[in-house]
Design a protein around this ligand. Structure first.
Ligand code: HEC
Length: 146
């Protein structure tokens, strides 16, 4: 009982300190300029990389297999951008649209698949060999509906 009475002023004091700290934090937050996310840039040497693998039947078959494991849940089984996870994510690229990858070089697609893009397109990173990424590039290009 006695202890409680003794502790009370200490408690009040700490909450009095807490309020200005909170205001200060809010002021800092409010002043931080809300910057748009940095523009996505692909290094020119990566974009210029040539695809060493022809889109042969074997390459497309390998690409399709990998795509089924790592990409279809977002980009859709047929590349239409309507995979199971796509309902939670905006703007999953629809590979069946003829415009979707038109302005991309194979080197750019390789870079995007290896490194990911933005917050929602995850990188393959080191789990895929270079050849496998080229197979994926060939495969996503083949999904376009002419
Ligand atoms: C978790 C969901 C998700 C998975 C898994 C995923 N992607 Fe994506 N992908 C996205 C989203 C979202 C975008 C659009 C990103 C943007 O434009 O900012 C995208 C964009 C792309 C683009 C086009 C980018 C451009 O700017 O032209 C390519 C190519 C691509 N993905 C290939 C793949 C491949 C290949 C795989 C599998 C190895 C894959 N993605 C797995 C969500 C995903």
């Amino acid at each position: 009982m006695k202890k409680q009475i003794l502790n009370r002023p200490a408690l009040q004091k700490s909450s009095l300190l807490f309020i200005p700290a909170l205001l200060f934090a809010f002021a800092l937050w409010a002043q931080t300029p809300k910057q748009p996310p940095a523009e996505y840039k692909i290094p020119p040497e990566a974009a210029a990389k040539q695809n060493p693998i022809k889109p042969s039947a074997e390459s497309l078959a390998r690409g399709k297999k990998l795509y089924g494991y790592d990409c279809a849940m977002c980009h859709g089984k047929d590349g239409d951008g309507k995979g199971d996870m796509a309902s939670d994510i905006k703007n999953v690229t629809d590979f069946t649209k003829s415009q979707a990858l038109k302005n991309r070089t194979d080197g750019e697609l390789f870079y995007i698949i290896r490194n990911g893009k933005g917050e929602d397109m995850p990188p393959e990173g080191d789990r895929a060999k270079d050849d496998d990424i080229w197979h994926l590039v060939n495969y996503v290009r083949s999904l376009e509906k002419k």
